[in-house]
Design a protein around this ligand. Structure first.
Ligand code: SME
Length: 152
C-alpha cells in the first residue's frame, strides 16, 4: 500500500483509539504500539516534558535514555525550536543522543498544549533516510490527535 494510504488508515485508527480514553499513559502506549504494528520501525515512543527535562514515556523498542535536557539531542532541539525535525543520518546531527547504536535516521514531532510543548513523539529507524515530508505531514497530524487527547 502507498505510504499516504497507510498513514490515512493509521490516523483514523489513532483517532478512534483515543476518542473515549482520557488516561495519557494508556493513550501514548497504544499509539506507540499501533505505529509499530503498522511500520515496524526500530523504536517508537514518547517523551514528556517534566520540569526542565524530557522524561521517557510509553514506547515500543529497545531500552532508551530516560532523560533528555532542553535543547539536547534531536528531541531536546525539537522541544526548544518548536518544530518537527527529520534527520536523514543521525551521525550528521550535532549532539544526537545515541540511545541505540542501531539507529540511523530519526523523526521527532512536538506535542503541544496550546503554544507550549508538552512532549515529543520520537521515531527511530535502523535505515538511513527513512523519514521524509510525507512522514512529517502525517505524523504531525497523529501528534496533534495525541496532544489533544493528553490535554483532555
Ligand atoms: N536520539 C534521540 C534520543 C532518544 S532515542 O532515539 C529513543 C535524541 O537525539 O534526542
Amino acid at each position: 500500500m502507498d505510504k499516504n494510504e497507510t498513514y490515512k488508515l493509521l490516523l483514523a485508527q489513532v483517532k478512534a483509539m483515543v476518542k473515549d480514553e482520557t488516561d495519557p499513559v494508556a493513550n501514548m502506549a497504544n499509539v506507540a504500539a499501533l505505529i509499530q504494528e503498522v511500520f515496524r520501525f526500530w523504536w517508537t515512543g514518547f517523551y514528556r516534558v517534566i520540569g526542565e527535562q524530557l522524561v521517557l514515556g510509553p514506547f515500543q523498542g529497545p531500552v532508551a535514555c530516560t532523560r533528555i535536557g532542553f535543547g539536547k539531542g534531536v528531541c531536546g532541539t525539537s522541544w526548544k525550536e518548536h518544530r518537527t525535525i527529520v534527520v536523514e543520518d543521525v551521525e550528521q546531527f550535532p549532539g544526537h543522543i545515541a540511545c541505540s547504536c542501531e539507529s540511523r535516521s530519526e523523526i521527532v514531532v512536538p506535542l503541544y498544549k496550546g503554544e507550549e510543548v508538552i512532549g515529543v513523539l520520537d521515531i527511530d529507524s535502523e535505515h538511513l533516510a527513512t523519514f521524509d515530508a510525507t512522514d512529517q505531514l502525517w505524523l504531525e497530524q497523529i501528534a496533534e490527535v495525541v496532544s489533544n487527547a493528553l490535554s483532555k
